[in-house]
Design a protein around this ligand. Structure first.
Ligand code: ZN
Length: 386
């Protein structure tokens, strides 16, 4: 456990908030693996300093079991931390630090276990995969999955180590995020009817999105999820410059968390249609430059459990999980499934603590993850998992 904690403290010390480069962390991991005789491949992303890592331990000519984690973390701005978020701090059996639970704890367990994978004489290899920008646009896994889909020997299975308290998760909701920009027409507000307030038009559209959310609550429930319906949420808005000027610009960001099988793109079309057919005509009658545009920030498909049942059955005894779970948070799993890699989610710690100030992972959860990796090693020494 000491080795795992040492690695975790190193990983936490890299400030890999999604908007910042993660390459220093990736290079540190590549060097560490190289020191253990394990080659890795660094896949550079479109933004400078952003990269994925992929390594194979075991026979190179057999499709392996991929252990996957995102290397980026969410920001700490605006949060009250009792300790430095980028210094791993141990207290009462918990390890505090940004990313400790989401999800550098899992990565630390896997890296600490690498020499055992190497020396075990595995029949089926293990792949270690680290991605970037999972907490932003998921670009890292998008390009890694695209690469894996194009190679002759893609992984046979994947475990994403997002925090599930070491339970096997076979389904998660999709997560799509969109930015909406509304262009109005500025006039002095005493001439209000000659102008178009972008703030008011945005508010109308948000009202429509909220009504759509209420309708979705009653339609298409899947009771296996804690929140058993597709949900929408407007999380950010900004617009306007003064109380006495009709706002020229307003933008807001909303998300759609969809049950597996529900298309966020179809819901987006309904919102876009309302904007174009109901809101825009009266705006343009006043000022032709008025506009409402939509930008997709991310559209991560959900994970549905049709393709991963046998994988889940094989893994559940290894981590002491009795019944597979479904979760409402988004993961990178949908990209891997689309690339033909059956995927489940299973990792140490509690998702409720992720993204919070004083985020932590319990040491006994890291211990449970290490025992799972030990059991997986024994399993892969005997025969391929799937
Ligand atoms: Zn995460």
């Amino acid at each position: 456990m000491r080795a795992t904690i040492d690695i975790l403290s190193k990983l936490v010390a890299f400030d890999t908030v999604s908007s910042r480069p993660n390459l220093a962390l990736i290079e540190w991991v590549a060097d560490r693996l190289a020191g253990e005789g394990i080659d890795s491949w660094v896949q550079h992303g479109d933004q400078p300093g952003h990269a994925n890592l992929f390594a194979t331990i075991g026979p190179p000519d057999v499709p392996g079991v991929m252990l996957s984690g995102h290397s980026d973390v969410v920001p700490v701005e605006g949060q009250q931390w009792r300790t430095d978020p980028f210094v791993l701090t141990e207290a009462d059996g918990r390890l505090h630090g940004r990313g400790a639970v989401d999800m550098k704890g899992f990565i630390a367990c896997v890296l600490a276990h690498a020499p055992r994978f190497r020396d075990a004489g595995l029949k089926q290899p293990v792949h270690i995969a680290l991605s970037y920008n999972e907490e932003a646009d998921m670009h890292g896994m998008r390009i890694l999955a695209r690469h894996l889909a194009s190679v002759p020997l893609r992984p046979a299975a994947c475990v994403i180590g997002e925090p599930t308290s070491m339970q096997v998760v076979v389904a998660n909701k999709g997560a799509a995020i969109y930015r909406v920009r509304v262009r109005g027409h500025s006039v002095h507000s005493s001439l209000r009817d000659a102008g178009v307030s972008a703030v008011e038009a945005a508010a109308e559209l948000i009202g429509f999105i909220n009504r759509l959310g209420l309708a979705l609550r009653d339609a298409g429930r899947d009771e296996a999820f804690e929140f058993p319906h597709t949900s929408v949420h407007v999380g950010m808005i900004s617009g306007g410059t003064a109380h006495n000027i009709t706002a020229r610009d307003c933008e807001f960001v909303f998300e759609i968390r969809s049950l597996p099988g529900v298309s966020a793109a179809t819901l987006l079309e309904r919102i876009r249609d309302h904007a174009e057919s109901v809101l825009l005509p009266p705006m343009r009658a006043i000022a032709p430059e008025c506009a409402i545009s939509f930008e997709e920030i991310v559209d991560a498909p959900g994970l549905d459990e049709r393709g991963n049942r046998s994988l889940a059955q094989a893994l559940m005894p290894l981590c002491g999980c009795r019944a597979p779970r479904r979760v409402s948070f988004g993961t990178e799993a949908g990209f891997l499934v689309a690339a033909g890699v059956p995927t489940v989610v299973c990792g140490p710690g509690d998702i409720a603590i992720a993204h919070q100030p004083d985020e932590y992972v319990a040491i006994d959860q890291l211990d449970a993850c290490s025992r799972f990796l030990g059991a997986l090693t024994e399993r892969l020494r005997a025969s391929p998992l799937t």
